[in-house]
Design a binder for this molecule. Sequence first.
Ligand SMILES: [Zn+2]
Ligand SMILES: [Zn+2]
Length: 211
Amino acid sequence: MPKDQSNESTSTEGIHQWKKNAPYKIHDTGKDFKVRYEASCHCGKVTYQLSREAPLDSKLCHCTTCQTQHAAPFQWAAIFHKDDINFTKGHHDLEWYDPTDKSIEHKLPCKVRCSFCHSPIMDEGRNMILLFPTLIHFKNDQEKKNFKPRCHMFYCQRVMDIPDGLPKWSGLNNSSDLIEDSPPEKIVELERQRVKEQDEKSKKDKEESKK
Ligand SMILES: [Zn+2]
Ligand SMILES: [Zn+2]
């Protein structure tokens, strides 16, 4: 083994490849990673940092899988790139669950929890992570505001109404219908976009049929 290897790579010698890749790889804080938020699971064995000021998106999911997995009426998730997170403790001691296959193997997408207190930490997707902001230690109201939910999804499966004026999707956001008290301008915008897509599609079909 080459002498110039750091302790980090020596200690991860022979372990699974996933520990070396984002979102589990260790960042060089201060250098390639500016710490903006600190977070921990309930027992504190798993801790992480975030470098992005605001999530790419923040949403509330009302699907029955989230209800069961979180033992809550709905789930609050914030989307980040896999490189935005830096685990500082316990990330070698996680457990996974894939609700589709009901499997505990690490294959994407899957749910990630602390293996000691079982707090849900994030959903690891193929390209992004959806982490649960309830684990973040917000230092002020503005920080919390950065994570404010921007929409509801799978609202059809809800256990209660939330009349907050946010967009409400029947299924996945941007690929289902806006329902209930969604903002009217959002509904108009979605309708326009669908008409445009339909026009483009029929134009394409016509061109195809000419060939
Ligand atoms: Zn824990
Ligand atoms: Zn869900």
